[in-house]
Write a protein that binds this ligand. Structure first.
Ligand SMILES: *Cc1c(COP(=O)(O)O)cnc(C)c1O
Length: 375
């Protein structure tokens, strides 16, 4: 299998499994226990927290471990909206967020909040001007993603953050696709809340984190024990936390080299497509080098993906295929409106393990399959 779907999930690195194994088999103590087994688990969490905080330029006390990006997004959004309800009920997000953000805001609308969904231009980059125009006296929370998971575009988070900080409006960013791939400095970005996930960086599934700036109040969304400084009840996922820190450590150590390698893979793929004469366009401007979203006019997405799968190529479309009908990608609809490309685009996302030879095979497969539709 040639796997080009790293924006969906990534294989876990063996080094990560190795770091986790002791906490699954021998050091299984509950971190809340006073005995030696508990203390050793507690020490592992503390170490991981310090390591990750350093990468984000955050304080260890500002990190909450969660079950993943979805829970982090939900906790940030519901927690902040509820905690500031008396101050105002206007919230802002964008039309091309991950569903973990979008559906949270839709739920808040049902609860009586007023939500502005910012339009997204063709570039896939939301402008500061659009945000400035949408802000009102009663705006309490803004959530705008850092790197988009379908088109890879990067938002000017630092500019948004600076503007919102001056207004005293809470700012959350879903950084799941950027975490580990680029250095993140929560101070320079002026964010109050930031979500990340383990399984997008060759770590385990079911672990993530939420950065919460000191002083920012969130209404609790889980009730139980006093874990995570009483902010997230439930016994900590010790192996997951250790695995997350290890995965991040590997990402950082190999980051520059890996980014260069991925830029090369991207460039070779585009060169081959240009040479082949197939008709295509890249959706959105370049952002995360590992995400490439391509529009191939006249393809039919379902048979297209099946034909690629038969050639052992794993790519994806933002479109959900349900019982014979293809739902257009909400990200591409936000960027291009009603357009054939919302149903005829493919996401190729590179990651650890992808080699040049595989990309040559992918280029050949794409060329053959696209031609069968375009000729
Ligand atoms: C994958 C993803 C999520 C969800 O993270 P999980 O850990 O799978 O819950 C949220 N936001 C973005 C941008 C993602 O790519």
């Amino acid at each position: 299998m040639n796997y080009f779907d790293h924006s969906a999930t990534t294989p876990m690195r063996p080094e990560v499994l190795e770091a986790m194994t002791p906490y699954l088999l021998e050091q299984y103590g509950n971190p809340s226990s006073v005995h030696a087994a508990g203390r050793s688990a507690r020490a592992a969490i503390d170490k991981a927290r310090r390591q990750i905080a350093q990468e984000l330029n955050a304080k260890p006390t500002e990190l909450i471990f969660t079950s993943g990006g979805t829970e982090s997004d939900n906790y940030a959004i519901f927690g902040a909206a509820e905690a500031t309800r008396e101050k105002g009920r206007h919230l802002i997000t964008t039309r091309f967020e991950h569903h973990a953000v979008l559906h949270a805001f839709e739920e808040l609308e049902k609860q009586g909040y007023d939500v502005t969904y910012l339009d997204v231009p063709n570039t896939g980059v939301v402008s500061l001007a659009a945000l400035q125009e949408a802000v009102r006296e009663d705006t309490t929370l803004v959530s705008i993603m850092f790197g988009n998971n379908e088109v890879g575009t990067i938002q000017p988070i630092a500019a948004f953050g600076q503007f919102l900080r001056e207004r005293g409006i809470l700012f959350h960013t879903d950084a799941v696709q950027v975490f580990g791939k680029q250095a993140i400095d929560v101070e320079a970005l002026h964010v109050d809340l930031l979500s990340a996930s383990g399984h997008k960086i060759n770590g385990p599934k079911g672990i993530g984190l939420l950065y919460v700036r000191t002083g920012v109040k969130l209404a609790p969304q889980t009730f139980g024990g006093e874990q995570e400084r009483k902010r997230r009840a439930g016994t900590e996922n010790v192996p997951g936390i250790v695995g997350l820190a290890k995965a991040l450590e590997l990402m950082i150590a190999e980051r520059d080299q890996q980014q260069d390698h991925i830029k090369q893979l991207r460039s070779v793929l585009l060169t081959r497509l240009n040479e082949s004469g197939v008709t295509y366009e890249v959706n959105g401007v370049e952002g995360l080098p590992n995400v490439l979203n391509l529009y191939f006019p006249r393809i039919e997405i379902e048979p297209f993906l099946i034909m690629l799968d038969m050639r052992q190529m794993a790519v994806s479309s933002g479109s959900a295929c349900t019982a014979g009908s293809v739902e257009p990608s909400h990200v591409l609809s936000a960027m291009y409106g009603e357009d054939e490309r919302t149903r005829a685009s493919v996401r190729i996302s590179f990651g650890h393990g992808n080699e040049l030879a595989q990309v040559e095979l992918l280029a050949q497969a794409l060329q053959d399959v696209v031609k069968s539709f375009q000729n």
